[in-house]
Design a protein around this ligand. Structure first.
Ligand code: ZN
Length: 236
């Protein structure tokens, strides 16, 4: 069991009726529900809460944070980004979803633009498992499909992933690195592509499975503080 905070920007759901119809309580609550069903302790946090719901106390007790943002990346306070960044280096897992590729925290952790190509034509996506032995691919088989989705295409301007678990192919011909693993400090980071807000993607069983697997993979192993600085004596 892992203590998870599901962070949602929660703007599309309040302003776009099409999105509200699919996610009446917000995407974050759908994600929180299936992670709770998987046996985890889950709380949610959203942009418009004080400190975006990510107080020192909340982050101190969070083992894995999931992040969905799109319209309002710039409204995320830099002080909160610093706080999340520090926690990742200390060992908190971070799962970055879909348009979260452009979030301040992901760009900070990657050090690149994280830009990509995109198209909204409700295309089919086939997500190939390229590391079948990886914990995040558990239970998926060789591929799964999302019948209608937004396309994300290469180049995706990220550092080469430490492990690439998924590659997507789209009906329009593009490909994309859809499941990317990184380590920063003691923290594990997983970027997972699916999750466009106008389609019911977070209700799909395989997508839920990947996120649940990713939480298990990203959960901290050792949260004891790391010692740095001058060491006056030889260790024997
Ligand atoms: Zn999207």
């Amino acid at each position: 069991m892992t203590r998870i905070t599901v962070w949602g920007e929660y703007r599309h759901e309040q302003h776009n009726p099409k999105v509200a119809e699919i996610y009446p309580d917000g995407m974050h609550n759908v994600i929180a529900r299936f992670l709770r069903d998987a046996g985890h302790t889950v709380q949610t946090a959203t942009l418009d809460e004080p400190e975006h719901g990510l107080t020192e106390t909340v982050l101190a007790e969070t083992e894995v944070l999931t992040w969905w943002g799109h319209l309002a990346h710039d409204e995320v306070d830099d002080a909160i980004v610093d706080r999340v960044h520090k926690r990742v280096l200390e060992g908190m897992g971070l799962i970055v979803l879909h348009s979260g590729h452009f979030s301040k925290i992901f760009r900070r952790l990657m050090g690149t633009t994280c830009d990509l190509k995109w198209r909204e034509k409700d295309e089919k996506e086939r997500i190939w498992v390229v590391e079948p032995g990886h914990p995040i691919a558990e239970g998926l088989g060789s591929y799964f499909e999302i019948p209608q989705t937004e396309m994300y295409g290469e180049r995706f301007d990220i550092p080469a992933p430490e492990t690439l678990v998924f590659i997507s192919w789209f009906e329009g011909g593009e490909v994309f690195r859809s499941g990317c693993c990184y380590t920063r400090g003691k923290g594990k980071i997983f970027y997972f592509r699916p999750g466009h807000e106008t389609l019911p993607i977070y209700y799909q069983a395989e997508v839920q499975r990947v996120i649940a697997n990713a939480v298990r993979w990203a959960a901290p192993v050792d949260t004891s503080p790391v010692t740095f600085g001058n060491v006056p004596e030889f260790m024997t």
